[in-house]
Design a protein around this ligand. Structure first.
Ligand code: NDP
Length: 331
């Protein structure tokens, strides 16, 4: 089998040479383990942080070891009670074609209920991030005007649509291409959207939100965060979900320069980690699953084929090649 290893710690943008796809021997699973043929694995922005040797909420990837992350696959051999050949499972040993998984870290999923890839996206970790980050962390309430950055991505596209479905007065999104902006307005029902690459974010946000915003869901940081602070109304809330504009930065960011506004406007800014919100998972699956089934919530996925293209897919997420969740499908 083949697994991607981190072989050097990237400085700035990761390079192809920082990774190696290495053969690893396959063996029958030991007691309590299952052998899974991965069908899809996830490449996510947070993985860039795990490539640095710093203490964080998830441990760094180890050099010369396989990388890991979300994956779904089919059990090909089981030595664990409750799992049989042919079962489909969600687990944490992605970045490889076959995974030897401790059964207690595998969760059975039903391929007839939803396409398997959605357990990595709209019905998985990014979906719950959007749901909890908006409804709980940002204390969203009906009538709020919501701005979300990274709005055509996995988390962002769901934040905007959930806000609409829950009665937002106005939903504004930003994304990195005119095509993505069109998708937000024409398919996802955003009231306004702009391409942050077309010009200054503060000016474009002001034009899109003349009456201000009540919630900013931040996936990006930097000038987006600064612009949002300027546009937030009194008692506005910011969910700091991600700061992707600085994940490859080698210098500290220049913005936001207007933090003092937090005082006068009594803003609340709160960081979040999706793992703190597992208690909301059943409610999330039920509500979002219903919206997907009824067609009220739409989603896109960007598939890259082949384990050998895993690193390209990961770099693609950082570049914005994806619309919706980026998924690597294993043949
Ligand atoms: P996405 O599907 O949104 O993919 C990342 C997107 O970020 C790209 O498609 C790109 O779109 C955009 N992007 C890249 N560089 C920049 C930049 N410099 N400025 C603005 N946008 C940029 O990824 P996810 O939905 O998985 O994650 C979105 C955010 O949420 C990330 O910041 C991630 O770290 C965070 N996150 C946090 C979690 C938590 O628990 N706190 C859990 C899950 C995700 P474009 O073409 O628009 O530039």
């Amino acid at each position: 089998s083949r697994a991607w290893h981190l072989v050097a710690r990237p400085h700035g943008w990761p390079k192809a040479e920082d990774f190696a796809l290495r053969e690893t021997p396959l063996a029958a699973p030991a007691e309590g383990r299952i052998l899974v043929k991965n069908l899809h694995f996830s490449v996510d922005p947070y993985m860039r942080g795990r490539m640095n040797d710093v203490k964080s909420y998830t441990p760094p990837f180890q050099l010369d070891q396989p990388m890991d992350g979300g994956a779904v696959g089919v059990v090909v051999a089981s030595n664990a009670e409750g799992f049989a050949e042919g079962d489909h499972v969600l687990h944490g040993l992605g970045w490889r074609d076959y995974a030897d998984v401790p059964a207690q870290h595998a969760k059975k999923v039903d391929p007839n209920l939803a396409p398997l890839s959605t357990y990595l996206g709209v019905l998985g970790m990014p979906g719950l991030t959007a749901y909890a980050g908006l409804l709980e962390v940002a204390s969203f309430k009906e009538g709020d005007a919501v701005f979300v950055s990274g709005a055509a991505g996995a988390v962002g596209s769901q934040v905007g649509q959930i806000a609409k479905l829950k009665g937002a007065s106005r939903v504004i999104g930003s994304a990195g291409s005119d095509e993505k902006v069109k998708l937000l307005v024409e398919e996802y029902g955003f009231d306004a959207a702009f391409n942050y690459k077309n010009g200054d974010v503060a000016g474009q946000l002001k034009a899109a939100a003349p009456e201000g915003i009540d919630v900013y869901f931040d996936n990006v940081g930097g000038d987006h965060l600064e612009a949002a602070i300027s546009r937030l109304n009194v008692h506005g809330r910011i969910t700091v979900c991600g700061l992707i504009s600085q994940y490859n930065a080698t210098e500290p960011p220049a913005a936001p320069r207007n933090l003092a506004m937090i005082i006068g406007k009594r803003l609340r800014m709160q960081g979040m980690l999706v793992m703190d919100h597992q208690d909301m998972a059943p409610q999330f699956i039920q509500e979002v699953g219903g919206w997907i089934a009824s067609g009220e919530l739409k989603y896109r996925e960007t598939f890259v084929e082949g384990v050998e293209n895993g690193v390209d897919a990961f770099l693609g997420v950082l570049r914005g090649d994806n619309t919706g969740k980026m998924i690597v499908s294993v043949k």
